[in-house]
Design a protein around this ligand. Structure first.
Ligand code: GDP
Ligand code: MG
Length: 489
């Protein structure tokens, strides 16, 4: 039956592609008959992904161009924020530039931390460079911020400038670096160089001063930010932000928030807001780009027939994610649990976990599944899908369907094709965000970002009360199968 399902899925994809090709060619023949073949075949990209304020070439550097520091440094000039009248207007001549690292969702989580800090320190946020995931090789390594967030949503909330205006506003000089990590002493100078700027001193001054142990990160609370990081240095970088800041790394209170749904909407709100409240508002304003959300909604409507669906994220590829099992110097308990069990979980265990969750939801007849996973895990996906189809007639969709959908949509969009995998992953995250129920992968930021988006997005479809973690559910199914766990269902 596994073969049947695979055949069914590929037959579906082939059919979709054939219909698309037929539609395309019949249009072309009609155009040729009308005598204007050439004009009509050059289709316009219908996806509205651009933002007129963001110059793609400044963020993607497609030609591999290295930025040069001007020989004679021009004086610093005043620059306006990207949107002139944001809700939270911050000092226009003090800045913080995040230097992002790791995978796309680590970058997003880190960026949120810097926004929090910028608001507390009253500094304009520099919209930073975003990097592609290391598995996304062979493509341009940088991706414009317009493919990672809805820049307008962020920059009408808080003062932002672009990276090229940051250089101009700083006279091409960096003045300091927040001292949040134990880094090599030349780190600041290297960052300055890659951004076409100069450090004010050969070793960029640290804020606060003092050496940190190599490889360590500073953890701090919101209430400590002003004391630690206030400075007269105007143009400052924040190296490799991630989860240093306490309130942003917690997902608690989410349920309470869902019912209140009161974001910070004015500078007066900010004065009385809790740190948690600010953190959640920042998450709300750093959601995925609207064109990607729209594409996810269209996929759910047109391809998954607008049915209520459960989404799953399975992230445990042996050759990538589980490689981090080699490094667990602190003996982190959650990580140890994943490393000890992930390889023994079978597709049948995952299918059992999904089946049990679907059957436990009363009042919502779910028969449709979206299974998100990196491409190397498609075998797991196909076995899970066949089991659930055979036993219950549940129909599983996955990136295979989404790829076919996006390939057709992106045919006239040359620029988007260059970022296909990056956009594919974000679109899958959006499909999970809008699902009725979501089962994510423990210790994956991809899943964590989806969990928080489900709480900070306006949608009626989501019912976060039944959300959970597919790893623990599958591990329990495995333990019951092995007789290591008493069946208490
Ligand atoms: N298309 C797709 N890509 C995935 C999926 N899960 C992980 N990836 C890939 O792995 C990257 C996730 O890295 P990151 O954002 O750092 O999250 P984390 O590694 O799960 O904590 C994504 O950018 C994708 O390239 C998935 O379900 N679908
Ligand atoms: Mg990662």
């Amino acid at each position: 039956m596994s073969g049947d399902l695979t055949q069914k899925v590929s037959a579906g994809i082939t059919l979709t592609l054939c219909v698309a090709a037929l539609a395309y060619y019949s249009k072309s023949i009609a155009a040729w008959q009308r005598g204007h073949f050439f004009e009509s075949t050059i289709q316009e990209c219908a996806i509205k992904w651009t933002n007129s304020k963001i110059v793609t070439s400044e963020y993607e550097r497609r030609d591999g161009r290295k930025l040069r520091v001007p020989e004679k440094l021009p004086p610093a000039v005043h620059v306006d924020p990207i949107y002139p009248d944001p809700i939270l207007k911050l000092r226009p001549d003090y800045f913080v530039l995040p230097i992002l690292q790791n995978g796309p969702n680590n970058q997003l989580v880190g960026f949120r931390e810097v926004i929090f800090l910028a608001i507390k320190l009253n500094r304009t946020v520099v919209v930073p460079l975003f990097i592609k995931h290391h598995t996304d090789n062979g493509t341009i390594p940088l991706v414009s911020p317009v493919h990672r967030l809805q820049v307008e949503d962020l920059c009408t909330f808080v003062s932002c400038i672009t990276i090229e205006n940051f250089r101009k506003a700083c006279g091409y000089v960096l003045h300091g670096m927040f001292n949040t990590r134990g880094l090599k002493s030349n780190y600041g100078a290297v960052v300055a160089k890659t951004n076409g700027m100069k450090p004010i001193e050969p070793v960029l001054p640290l804020i606060p001063p003092g050496d940190m142990k190599p490889g360590t990160a500073r953890h701090y609370r919101g209430s400590e930010i002003t004391k630690l990081f206030s400075s007269e240095a105007r143009c400052v970088i924040f190296p490799r932000p991630l989860t240093n800041l306490h309130p942003l790394s917690r997902n608690r209170d989410m349920k309470e928030f869902k019912t209140k749904r009161n974001f910070i909407e004015s500078i007066d709100d900010l004065a009385s807001a809790s740190e948690y409240h600010l953190a959640i508002t920042i998450k709300h304003h750093t959601r995925s780009p609207r064109y990607i959300s729209d594409m996810a909604k269209e996929f759910a409507k047109d391809i998954m027939n607008d049915k209520p669906y459960i989404s799953i994220h399975w992230r445990y590829q042996p050759n990538e994610f589980l490689q981090r099992c080699k490094f667990n110097p602190d003996g982190n308990a959650v990580k140890s649990k994943i490393c000890a069990n992930a390889m023994d979980i079978t597709p049948m265990d995952i299918a059992t976990a999904i089946e049990e969750r679907i059957l436990s939801i009363s009042g919502l007849p779910i028969k449709t599944i979206y299974f998100a996973t990196p491409s190397s895990e498609r075998r797991v996906l196909s076995d899970v899908a066949s089991y659930l189809y055979e036993k219950h007639g549940y129909f599983t969709y996955s990136s295979l369907d989404l790829i076919a959908f996006m390939t057709e949509k992106f045919a006239p969009c040359r620029h988007l094709q260059d970022h296909f995998n990056d956009i594919l992953s974000t679109t899958e995250m959006e499909i999970c965000t809008f699902s009725s129920v979501f089962l994510g992968s423990l210790r994956s930021t991809w899943s964590d970002v989806v969990h928080s988006a489900r709480h900070t997005t306006d949608t009626t479809a989501t019912s976060t009360g039944s959300d959970g973690d597919i790893f623990t559910l599958s591990m329990n199914a495995m333990k019951r199968r092995n007789g290591d766990l008493i069946d208490t269902r």
